[in-house]
Design a protein around this ligand. Structure first.
Ligand code: KPL
Length: 302
């Protein structure tokens, strides 16, 4: 997703710099001739972008778009903290809401913008992104229903990314979190496309049990909005994305740390802090941990 945004921002005329974690990423940038390849409907565009190791940034950053997985947001912010000035806009592009809440608490909700997107993208190779499906993108700040900074909006690829402002981005992120908690882990457990959760009887039974617990937790937790029939919302998302592999299953297959600690894990954290039962979500997380262990063992045998 970070590559898609970088490409769109560059096409929009923004002067952007990719902030990379280390030498390995910098080498891959050089191997790609300093270009992002954006693939859409089989057509390739090559877009030159500058890159730098995050820790080496010296100038204050005007706009910082963080496109890491949600569990890496804090480390990403720490790596450029010295370059975050009072005027820096921080834009977060993650699933879940834990990282967004934390960053808003640390930096102030006024300067932390949250994006929620249904754009689809995946990496064919380092810095080669396939734009797999256009969708909408919502932008807002937690707890602030006012209009957004017009300079920020002008600097973003509003038309190309279908960006719209949402005065209740917090509610949107919570609702998306509920859907991700219901869907993502199960696609790993059943190793299936999203749509199969509707047709596989056992998976569907588990989906219904998860939805029931998530809906009950949202009704009981003070910070969450009430969900209006989670099962039918999940049904609609699974039908619309039936052929897709969830982001969590893609991470799992690549042996990457999944975002589930920020999804079901965060919901369980909140539940426990209020003495609420979240046993269905906990059991799902334990099964995922066991699968990760088996996956790692297989890889070390290979
Ligand atoms: O957001 C998603 C994800 O894959 O993370 C869903 C809703 C499951 C669509 O694939």
């Amino acid at each position: 997703m970070g590559c898609l945004w970088a490409a769109r921002l560059a096409q929009h005329g923004a002067r952007i710099t990719l902030l990379l974690r280390g030498e390995g990423d910098l080498r891959r940038h050089a191997e790609a001739s300093g270009q992002i390849t954006l693939e859409e409907h089989g057509v390739l565009q090559r877009i030159p972008v500058q890159a730098q190791i995050a820790a080496d940034v010296t100038m204050p950053i005007r706009q910082l778009l963080i496109a890491t997985k949600s569990q890496d947001v804090e480390a990403a912010l720490d790596s450029v903290r010295h370059a975050i000035a009072p005027h820096t806009h921080i834009v977060l592009l993650q699933n879940g809401i834990k990282a967004q809440r934390r960053a808003s608490a640390v930096f102030g909700a006024q300067r932390v913008y949250c994006l929620s997107t249904s754009q689809g993208a995946w990496l064919r190779a380092p810095l080669h992104v396939v734009h797999a499906g256009s969708g909408e993108t919502w932008l807002g700040r937690l707890g602030l229903a006012d209009t957004l900074d017009s300079a920020l909006l002008q600097s973003l690829p509003v038309a190309a990314m279908g960006i719209r402002t949402d005065p209740d981005i917090e509610g949107r992120l919570w609702r998306k979190l509920a859907i991700n908690c219901a869907v993502n882990a199960l696609t790993v457990i059943y190793d299936c496309r999203n749509g199969e959760l509707l047709t596989h009887p056992q998976a569907h039974g588990e989906l219904l049990a998860l939805c029931a617990e998530i809906e009950a937790l949202y009704a009981a937790l003070p910070e969450t909005p009430t969900l209006d029939n989670l099962v039918s919302q999940v049904d609609a998302v699974l039908t619309a994305t039936a052929q897709n592999f969830s982001s969590t299953l893609q991470d799992f297959r690549r042996g990457k740390v999944s975002e589930l600690s920020q999804l079901n894990g965060y919901l369980c954290e909140l539940a426990r802090s209020h003495g609420l039962n979240c046993s269905v979500n906990e059991a799902i997380l334990q099964r995922i941990d066991a699968l990760h262990m088996v996956h790692r063992q297989h890889k070390s045998i290979d």
